[in-house]
Every structure is written in C-alpha cells, then in structure tokens.
Write a protein that binds this ligand. Structure first.
Ligand code: GDP
Ligand code: IMO
Ligand code: MG
Length: 429
C-alpha cells in the first residue's frame, strides 16, 4: 500500500506525533485531515523537543506537509506556531506546507463561545481545550463558516457575515456578551489574510497528482477514536470524526486513500477532560503511571487521568476504524510493575458486555473485568529491537494483540524518534 493513516485508538495522546515523525522519513507527503489546534503532538529528536498543535508532524523533517479541508484553522494560532517552529530552526514556507482553500476558519468569537459554555456548564462540562473547535465545526455544518478562500474575497463577504454574526450575536446575548465588532473582525481578517493566502492551495489536486505518481502519503490523525463525534463517548467527545475514513473526506482523495490504517495504542490508558473512563485508577498506581509517563496535556497542561489497558475499548476502536495494525507506545512506562492488569470485558448490573454500551450513564457505571499478567523488572526504555525486550514484555504485547484482534506493527519505547521497534513496515504492506 502506498499510503498510511495514523489514528489514535484511545482518547488521544497515544504518541501519534512521535510515530508520524518517525514514519515521515518514508513518506513523500504528510497530511492533517481533521481537528485543529486542540491537538498536541510532542516530538523528541536528539533531545530537542518540538510541540505541534496544528501543523502536520512531518514538517519537522521538512517533508511536504498539507493541512486538509477537514481541519478547522485558527489563522492567528497558525502564525504563532509557524513563528515558534522557526525559532527552533524549522522553516515553514509555501514550498513545504499547503493549506486547503476550503478550510473553515476558527475565529476569536468561536474561542470565546467555547470558554463561555464550559464556564456555564458546571458538572456537565465537556472539558474542552477551549480553542473554539466545536463552535467552528458547528458553523461549518451550519453553512455559515468563513473559509480560507474567503480571505481573498473579503469585500464580498457581506451576506455570509450577516448570517454568521446574527447567529453568534444571539448566542452572545444569552451569555450577556457584547455583539461582535464587525469592522474590527474584517480588519483583523484583512491583516491575517496576507499570512495565510500564500499557503492556500487546491490540495486535493496536489494529493491526486502525488498519488498518480505513486508517491507515499501519510495521513496524521488527531485525537482518538473514543473522541470521535459518532463513535466516541458522546457527548464527551471532540467535534470531528477521528476515524481513519475521514482521511478521504478531509483531504479530497477517494475512499481508498487511507491505505494501511495504523492505530496508535498506549500500553495503558489515559484521558484528558471529562467523561467515562472504566479502567481509571484514582489511587497510587494511577499516580505512578502518570508520573512515569509524564501524563500532562501538551495543549492545556492539564493532568491526564490514567488507568490500566482496556482491551475492550481498543478492540472496538480497531473494528469501527478498520485498523490494519497497531503501534504500541509507552511500553517502557510499565517497566517495574510487579503485576499488570488488562480489562477484557465489563459487568453492568450482572450483564456481561464485550463492548462499551452507548449510553453515558451505562458507560460511567460499567465495572471492568480484569485479567492479571506478571510484569517485568528489566528496563525496556530505549529498546530498538524485539530481542531487547524481556520475555514478560513480549507476553504482554502478544496478549494485547490477541485481545484486540489486531497485530502489532511498531513498538515505541521512549519519546526519542529512533527508540522504535519495527515489526512490520506499514508502507510495505
Ligand atoms: P499525541 O497527541 O498522540 O501525538 O501524543 P502526545 O505527544 O500528546 O503525548 C505522548 C507523550 O508521550 C509525548 O510527550 C511523547 O514525547 C511521549 N512518548 C511517545 N512515545 C513514547 C514512548 O514510547 N515512551 C515514553 N516514555 N514516552 C513516549
Ligand atoms: P491529540 O491529537 C487528548 C479532548 C478534550 C475534551 C474533548 C473535546 O493530542 O491526541 P475539544 O477542544 O476538541 O472540543 O475538546 O476532546 N481532546 C483531546 N484529548 N488529546 C487530544 O488531541 C485532544 N483534543 C481534544 O480534552 O475532552
Ligand atoms: Mg496529544
């Protein structure tokens, strides 16, 4: 297969950025196809740390990078992220980055609304990144969005702005906020247009041509399947589809675009934000996982909730997303645990479930059924070949494969780019 699609198979932060950066060496183009700057992808190359939120992780290697139409783009954040990377000697120019002309924009009042709603929601809040992702997607499907191509037509925006502002002013009034300052918005857009438009491109054509020439396209998912707006733990989800099929609609290639679907799977489970988490550990073991794994959000700095590996959830993610193989990450975080637990099913009021029931109340009440596996005392940190792994760690990996019904293609053993074990090359499959 010429293409590979990387997606998170849990609640995000599985290590997608590291794996995309590693695979980008073999790819001709790296494409983001959904989400926005709610993502936080950390790459470590020879000790140097790069944090990306909106830009495709391939950009750090200089691989041609594309922001597809399925992404919601905050142009001011874009400008700042480009400047931050430039300060780390990563040059970003229209020669190595293209943005789809049809990307909807995240505007300042989207961010305001996201925060206002979160503050007003009390216990029921989603725990969003407050970056305006949800409100921007709402405007996209509501056909009110301002898109990248509109930046070249600001004088013709009248009727579209009328509808957009009428909608938002009503919402803002409900929160006691002032109406949007139309003149200021237009002035801000005119200013940022000069930054964005040089990157704007018909990326569907770039990608179609690349594909016709047999080039390798690597799609970089953000978030994870359990945050998918259809398949995730609704309503505690993000506002886009995170499953692999979105690589096609979010970039402008046909349904066979995704190719090999590589699900990124953390060797345990984490979640940031609110919502059900059956294997969550609110005890010393959870704290130990969080400390060993440095589980703090890249975007918001929030502490990530931690728990045992949940094979039920990953099996479901693999099924709904058509995962071909997985990259198992952060195996090293499990070093030194005498015993490890894996969730193999749930009990809800005496009924056995081998999948996550859809209703949030049931999801919150399911009791995980565990099997216990002996741990290993040796270090796996930095292992680069199968032979470097202790026998018990291999047993753990084999059991994970069996339970989720998916083979392991890669194993990651540290944040560093090259501390990666290749079992099966997704580009050669
Ligand atoms: P993403 O959102 O899926 O790209 O993941 P994040 O970058 O938000 O979070 C993953 C974190 O784990 C980052 O800090 C990575 O540097 C780190 N990481 C990735 N793979 C490994 C690994 O195999 N072992 C360890 N210890 N850390 C890893
Ligand atoms: P990466 O790509 C982890 C979570 C938020 C919140 C929910 C909705 O780094 O894996 P949003 O701002 O998207 O409306 O928030 O989704 N969330 C993530 N959690 N990793 C991410 O991205 C996330 N992006 C959003 O915490 O629960
Ligand atoms: Mg992240």
């Amino acid at each position: 297969m010429a293409n590979v699609t990387v997606i998170g198979a849990q609640w995000g932060d599985e290590g997608k950025g590291k794996i995309v950066d590693w695979l980008a060496e073999r790819a001709d183009i790296v494409v983001r196809f959904q989400g926005g700057h709610n993502a936080g992808h950390t790459l470590v190359v020879d000790g140097k740390v790069y944090k990306l939120s909106l830009l495709p992780s391939g950009i750090v290697r200089g691989t041609l990078s594309v922001i597809g139409n399925g992404v919601v783009l905050d142009p001011w954040h874009f400008r700042d992220e480009v400047a931050k990377l430039a300060a780390q000697d990563v040059a970003i120019t229209p020669d190595n980055l293209q943005i789809a002309e049809t990307c909807p924009l995240i505007l300042p009042f989207h961010r305001d609304l996201d925060g206002l709603r979160e503050d007003a929601s009390g216990a029921g809040k989603i725990g969003t990144t407050r970056r305006g992702i949800g409100p921007a997607y709402e405007d996209k499907v509501g056909r009110r969005a301002i898109r990248v191509c509109d930046l070249a037509h600001l004088d013709d925006l009248g009727p579209q702005l009328d509808r957009l502002l009428a909608h938002h002013d009503a919402l803002r009034a409900g929160f006691g906020e002032a109406p949007i300052d139309r003149a200021r918005l237009l002035a801000d857009l005119a200013e940022i247009a000069d930054v964005i438009l040089p990157f704007a491109s018909p990326v569907w054509r770039t990608l179609g041509e690349a594909r016709a020439q047999g080039k390798r396209i690597l799609f970089e998912g953000a978030q994870g399947v359990l945050l998918d707006v259809d398949h995730g733990t609704y309503p505690f989800v993000t506002s886009s589809n995170t499953v692999a099929g979105t690589a096609a609609s979010g970039s402008g290639l046909g349904p066979s675009a995704p190719g090999f679907v590589l699900g990124i799977v953390k060797a345990y489970t984490t979640r940031v934000g609110s919502g059900p988490f059956p294997t969550e550990l609110e005890d010393e073991t959870g704290t130990r996982l969080g400390e060993r794994g440095h589980e703090f959000g890249t975007v918001t700095g929030r502490k990530r909730r931690c728990g045992w590996f949940d094979a039920v959830l990953v099996r479901q993610s693999a099924a709904v997303s058509g995962i071909t193989g997985i990259a198992l990450t952060k195996l090293d975080v499990l070093d030194g645990f005498a015993e490890l637990r894996i969730c193999t099913g749930y009990d809800l009021d005496g009924r056995h479930y081998d999948y996550l029931p859809p209703h949030p109340n049931d999801q919150a009440r399911v009791k995980p059924i565990y099997e216990t596996i002996e741990g290993w005392s040796e270090s796996t940190a930095g292992a680069r070949s199968w032979a470097d792994l202790p026998a018990q760690a291999i047993k753990y990996i084999r059991r994970v494969e069996e339970l989720i019904r998916c083979p392991v293609a890669l194993v990651s053993t540290s944040p560093e780019r090259d501390d990666t074990i290749l079992v099966r090359d997704p580009f050669q499959d």
